[in-house]
Design a protein around this ligand. Structure first.
Ligand code: F6P
Length: 341
């Protein structure tokens, strides 16, 4: 079998480990041949491929980013669509596609599978917002990076008696904030699922200051104050016409300073959370997903995707898997909230 792999959407630590896992499993167990599509769905639409041999994936599981490049191209636009893509696959004698991506990529994979294409999906996102998998790879690494940043910000905050407001990614869910905030001992964690008033935030901050500590607030980019209809966005729209989030920490820090009199600073961690080497957990997890995706292709489970359930890798249908957001449940927030203030 000749399999084409693509990485699409925002990049994520562990993408290369999936590619390596798939190629090694396919070559060793089945004698498969692999190509990579360059720049996500764009490479599929344009037939832009490069061969990937087992030698090309040597040492790849620890490498951040994606050797194939990624983009947020829609495969139904720019001369794409199922017929054109199938023609390209036939010309290049490619039997199946492994599509590694988030919600948008998987939704496109599902539509193309419905039209008869042979596709298996691998979910990826640092946000951990896909309901069909217990965790998504990249999340653990992002939490690790955010936690290290929080630890560093804490020492400078303590030196000056300042309040630090640290903003992490996550789009419309608060998983990165919850985990890094708990790991870093944050005094307040603000997530999209749980709007909090400025008064409540300042109460937590003042309680910390009154104990002689420097308050540390972790805020998810999608957090909203009760009077905000949408998450804060001042950077326009992305390729899918979704608002680019980010900057809520820059709003909160001056509000906290003004109301509490505590000198406050904000730090937006941004894309550092997606860069660099994946954690050991993500390397193992992503490798297993890549291997399982190849098995799913050999089992002709088109329209399926590989997921994590407990410690097992399982196969589910993309159609059932997408469309539901993996939000932070109330119980998880209540657990963390005991530690605030
Ligand atoms: O979905 C992953 C993510 O990093 C989000 O947390 C963030 O809002 C978004 O992508 C940023 O996208 P871009 O890389 O296009 O700026």
């Amino acid at each position: 079998m000749k399999i084409g792999i693509l990485t699409s959407g925002g990049d994520c630590p562990g993408l290369n480990a999936v590619i390596r896992g798939a190629v090694l499993k396919g070559v060793i167990s089945h004698g498969a041949e692999f190509v990579g599509f360059r720049w996500g769905w764009r490479g599929v639409v344009e037939g832009d491929t490069i061969p990937i041999t087992r030698y090309d994936v040597r040492g790849l599981s620890k490498q951040g980013g994606t050797i194939l490049g990624s983009s947020r191209t829609n495969p139904f636009e720019g001369g794409g669509g199922p017929e054109a893509i199938q023609r390209m696959l036939d010309q290049q004698r490619i039997d199946a596609i492994i599509a590694i991506g988030g919600e948008g990529t998987l939704a496109a994979a599902r539509r193309l599978t419905d039209a008869g294409l042979n596709i298996v999906g691998v979910p990826k996102t640092i946000d951990n917002d896909l309901a069909a998998t217990d965790y998504s790879f990249g999340f653990d690494t992002a939490v690790e990076i955010a936690t290290e940043a929080i630890d560093r910000l804490r020492t400078t905050a303590e030196s000056h008696g300042r309040c630090m407001v640290v903003e992490v990614m996550g789009r419309h869910v608060g998983w990165i904030a919850l985990h890094s905030g708990m790991a870093g001992g944050a005094h307040a964690i603000l997530i999209p699922e749980q709007p909090q008033s400025v008064e409540q935030i300042c109460e937590w901050v003042e309680a910390v200051r009154n104990r002689g500590r420097a308050p540390l607030v972790v805020v998810a980019e999608g957090f909203r104050l009760p009077d905000m209809a949408e998450a804060h966005s001042h950077k326009g729209l992305d390729a899918f016409r979704r608002p680019r989030l980010g900057g809520i920490a820059e709003l909160l820090a001056p509000l906290i300073e003004e109301r509490t009199g505590i000198e406050s600073r904000d730090t937006v961690l941004g894309h550092t959370q997606r860069g660099g080497a994946p954690s050991a957990f993500d390397r193992v997890f992503a490798t297993r997903l890549g291997m399982a995706a190849v098995e799913a292709a050999y089992d002709k489970m088109w329209g399926s995707m590989v997921t994590l359930r407990g410690t097992d890798i399982e196969i589910v249908s993309i159609a059932e898997a997408i469309g539901t957001l993996n939000s932070v449940p109330q119980t998880r927030y209540d657990e963390a909230r005991i530690l605030f203030g």
